[in-house]
Design a protein around this ligand. Structure first.
Ligand SMILES: Cc1cc2nc3c(=O)[nH]c(=O)nc-3n(C[C@H](O)[C@H](O)[C@H](O)COP(=O)(O)OP(=O)(O)OC[C@H]3O[C@@H](n4cnc5c(N)ncnc54)[C@H](O)[C@@H]3O)c2cc1C
Length: 866
């Protein structure tokens, strides 16, 4: 690409749209960077959310000390919060105070809505049209228009007919509203409804709440700023703020590492009670590590909250209607309230369940449902927002080739990091879709985005560029990562505004980034550290395209790797064999146990050189069952019959088969071919004793992971060549199949993904002499003939050093006429599929694998039909 002519003098360097938290911090940073700016705000004054949402009871639901700018270290001298959760007037006062202190206001043009913006490719500038100015040019356009600033249209007939007062919580009047003695309807029970209902009920003569979907609400501990929190912040403010920026949700709370099933029932309830008493939203969502990934864990907590509702609300019918069901706790934004549920015990407050009796229309006198006519003096609509994309889509933004942003996003927004979108150069979004935004303490996310944008603009000019835009590949990669991150959570399992379900006709995709502020911040920082990975930059210095994808691993597989890296452990291959075995056994035992099975039985069976321990996992239902003989992973050196426990449990539950995990002799004490000799002996013994074990003779599959998959593959070859037994199928998870070759994955995935190529070599040296590495009993891929082997399921993982060995074995089996199902696990590592309930993204791969396995062991009639 050649350098473009530059626009000699755009009217200004940057145009900022919006003057809430984001706009204000942008002014501060952009001015400090020496840029000329124009800022347009549709409202008559600053504050954004806190300007517009003045309804009774409006207050922040993360602690005020966390919900404030961190850029001003001297704030304590001139600002104190009066409450733990500040009310709207106090937050608005705070924002005005910051604006005045840092002289931000004079840059803002109020009462001015930005209506259109279009990119001029010849001059590399944005043209912006407002209500008052037809065309202002700027190098950069920054949309600080807010995630929750575009009220949802009221989709109820007849509102114009109503002769009383109509209020929208998100556009509340500035004059005091007096409900004393009035009959008031409140429509909507999201955050604004839940906050306003108890306050309206204090004055009103009658309050009728119209509820479409009940919400989970946590009782807030309203009161003064907690002394211990202030003390912690004062002791080391920089550390406190850093802890917030590197936390899951933007408040300094460490991610819970405890799984719900990891504690006793008594301790679980105790923990629930503690968190309930604390009354903090983000801490509640962190009650256990698997709250938002494990449906059972979530349901237990949801039921705890329902119990709280039932024990607070006197009327059982009202309580039942207020109990949310049919979606996980947290998947719709939970609320923080002050006496919400108890309000329904007041004699003048009642609830109308719109799922039972929908609103027919608003009338001159009030509201008609399918069941009843109500008369009101006032109706309050707390009906929410067209979240995340609404304010962006309301501006007619045209990028390259006049493509409209609305059209590009017709099927849902597509962004890189939630910061930019391809085809729209120099257009930045603050807390845009695809970033943590509404799933975080937004002030922290706003500051992180503003810092990233301003640093980016500075870096462009430093490096002689004027234009920046994400590549299509980087953006597609981020969208895949976003979808992967959502898929491992329960967030998408609700018709919430997180997925756009509250706005008729809006495409339903999960909008915010759910893996956390910490992981998100790390990705943004990595993009910069890798020289703006995924961006094209151009200007007088020419053009540079640094294409690539910043996150390719499954998010939970990445988290496990990050946690392991943080421990800074010595590599396994630097340990003695004894230490490596002890460490491996310890780390595998620390994994979640896996699902409940009918029974777990330990035993011994005769191997080729003595007794071998086995652990048998029996399904809960009546037998006889098919049998899966499983060989554990561990490079022939480490591991035992118990170390693949959660994987075996998972296979047992998913297939209704008995899974027998058999140990085998390990190197270096017992080198090749001891392990495969034991494997064959074990399979023969199990086949002979199938009935006594509760199994169904003739329905036996061998399975293995890693080195265990090598044994399974070799056993199938030996059984074919040396007189049985009959094996119905082989399931090879990330198999090692060729010790002799060097394949691309050995190099590409040599380090950084758990199993390293160095460790594979360490295992290999202990297990098999160089002279034996071409022997098909050590390298099954080297077998001269693979025909006639049992049908195979081969699973290979993208980020695994031995991936290509598995790929080649699957291809070779298929070429030899063996029915072969090859499952390629995108974004997974050698180990991640075995981490049941920890790496949740492995579940669909295991489901696909065990579906195929089930077909291998299906009774003949069922197998024939499908
Ligand atoms: C009732 C309510 C309670 C909330 N509570 C919390 C909370 O407890 N914790 C939390 O983290 N977050 C909360 N939020 C989210 C809140 O929106 C953010 O915390 C934060 O205030 C957003 O700041 P912002 O500057 O990004 O956007 P906003 O504050 O929404 O400001 C955007 C501004 O852009 C202006 N604008 C939009 N389009 C245009 C245009 N085309 N032309 C000109 N101006 C335009 C709007 O008028 C608005 O003033 C809450 C939101 C609401 C609605």
């Amino acid at each position: 690409m050649t350098a473009k002519p530059s626009c000699a003098a755009p009217d200004t360097d940057a145009i900022v749209v919006g003057a809430g938290f984001a706009g204000l911090y942008l002014i501060h940073r952009l001015k400090s960077a020496g840029l000329r700016i124009r800022v347009f705000e549709a409202a008559p004054d600053l504050g954004g959310t806190w300007y517009w949402n003045r309804y009774p009871g409006a207050r922040v639901d993360v602690p005020s000390l966390d919900y404030m700018f961190s850029f001003d270290p001297d704030w304590r001298g001139d600002w104190q919060w009066s409450e733990k959760y500040a009310t709207q007037p106090e937050i608005l006062r705070y924002l005005n105070h910051v604006a005045d202190k840092h002289d931000l206001r004079r840059h803002i043009t109020f009462d001015t809505r930005v209506e259109r913006a279009w990119w001029d490719d010849d001059l590399s500038v944005w043209h912006v049209c407002t209500q008052h100015d037809p065309d202002i040019t700027a190098r950069f356009l920054v949309m600080a228009t807010g995630c929750l600033s575009m009220p949802k249209e009221i989709d109820i007939d007849g509102v114009d007919l109503f002769t009383g007062d109509v209020f929208l919580t998100s556009r509340w009047p500035h004059e005091p509203v007096d409900f004393t003695g009035k009959r008031v309807a409140v429509v909507g029970t999201g955050s604004s409804g839940v906050q306003s209902i108890p306050v309206i009920a204090r004055d009103a003569r009658q309050v009728v709440v119209f509820q479409r979907t009940p919400t989970f609400s946590i009782a807030a501990s309203i009161g003064p700023v907690p002394a211990d929190k202030l003390e912690k912040l004062s002791a080391d403010e920089a550390a406190y703020r850093l802890a917030a920026r590197t936390s899951q949700a933007g408040v300094p709370v460490e991610r819970s590492q405890t799984m719900t099933a990891g504690v006793s029932a008594v301790d679980r309830i105790k923990r629930y009670e503690e968190i309930w008493q604390k009354g903090e939203l983000i801490e509640t969502l962190n009650v256990f590590a698997d709250l938002m990934t494990n449906p059972d864990a979530n349901e237990q907590f949801a039921e705890f909250i329902r119990d709280k509702i039932r024990s607070t609300v006197d009327d059982p019918q009202t309580a039942a209607a207020l109990c949310p069901s049919g979606f996980p706790f947290g998947a719709k934004r939970p609320c923080l309230d002050s006496g919400y549920y108890a309000t329904y015990n007041l004699p003048h407050v009642s609830l109308v369940d719109l799922r039972a009796t929908p609103i027919r229309q608003v009338t001159a006198a009030g509201i008609d449902t399918t069941d009843e006519s109500f008369d009101f003096d006032a109706i309050v609509f707390a009906t929410g927002f067209d979240a995340l994309t609404g304010a962006l889509a309301a501006v007619d933004i045209r990028g390259r080739d006049s493509v409209a942003l609305k059209d590009k996003w017709a099927d849902g927004p597509s962004t890189y990091l939630g910061l930019m979108t391809s085809g729209f150069p120099n257009l930045f979004m603050i807390t845009g879709p695809g970033s943590p935004s509404v799933l975080s303490n937004m002030v922290v996310s706003i500051e992180q985005h503003v810092d990233w944008v301003v640093d980016c603009i500075n870096a462009l000019s430093r490096d002689g560029f004027e234009v920046i835009e994400p590549t299509a590949q980087a953006e597609a990669g981020w969208m895949t990562h976003l979808a992967d991150s959502a898929a491992v959570t329960l967030f998408p399992n609700a018709n919430s505004w997180y997925v756009g379900a509250n706005v008729p006709g809006k495409p339903q995709v999960f909008l915010p980034y759910p893996a956390g502020v910490d992981f998100y911040g790390a990705a943004c920082a990595e993009v910069v550290a890798r020289d703006y990975l995924g961006f094209i930059r151009s200007g007088p210095a020419g053009s540079r395209c640094n294409d690539g994808v910043v996150r390719r691993l499954q998010p939970d597989a990445q988290m496990v790797l990050d946690q392991m890296a943080a421990l800074n452990l010595p590599p396994l291959e630097s340990m003695s064999v004894a230490d490596a075995r002890a460490f491996y056994a310890f780390s595998r035992a620390a994994l979640p146990l896996g699902p409940e099975v009918g029974a777990v039985e330990d035993g011994v069976l005769p191997g080729a050189g003595g007794d071998l321990a086995y652990r048998l996992y029996r399904p809960a239902g009546p037998g006889p069952h098919p049998i899966v003989v499983h060989f554990h992973g561990g490079g022939f050196v480490i591991g035992d019959a118990t170390t693949d426990g959660s994987l075996c449990r998972d296979i047992c539950v998913r297939t209704d088969a008995i899974v027998i995990s058999v140990d085998y002799r390990h190197a270096p004490e017992h080198r090749f071919p001891a392990a495969v000799d034991d494997g064959l002996a074990a399979v023969r013994w199990i086949a002979d004793n199938a009935a006594a074990l509760g199994g169904e003779p003739g329905r036996l599959v061998v399975c293995g992971w890693s080195s265990g998959a090598n044994i399974a593959a070799v056993v199938c070859q030996l059984a074919r060549d040396t007189g049985g037994p009959d094996i119905a199928g082989q399931v090879l998870l990330t198999p090692a199949t060729d010790w002799g070759a060097t394949l691309p994955s050995h190099i590409e995935n040599a380090a950084g993904y758990g199993l390293t190529t160095a460790l594979v070599r360490w295992f290999c040296d202990y297990y098999v002499d160089p002279a034996d590495r071409g022997d098909p009993r050590s390298s099954p891929l080297r077998a001269a003939d693979l025909s006639g082997l049992p049908p195979a399921v081969v699973v290979t993982c993208q980020f695994d050093p031995v991936r290509d060995e598995g790929d080649e074995y699957a291809a070779a089996l298929a070429a030899a006429g063996v029915p072969t199902r090859h499952i390629r696990a995108r974004g997974h590592t050698h180990d991640s599929l075995t981490m049941v309930d920890l790496v949740v993204s492995g579940a669909p791969v295991r489901a696909e694998t065990t579906d195929a396995l089930r077909r291998l062991i299906a009774p003949p009639a069922a197998a024939a039909t499908g």
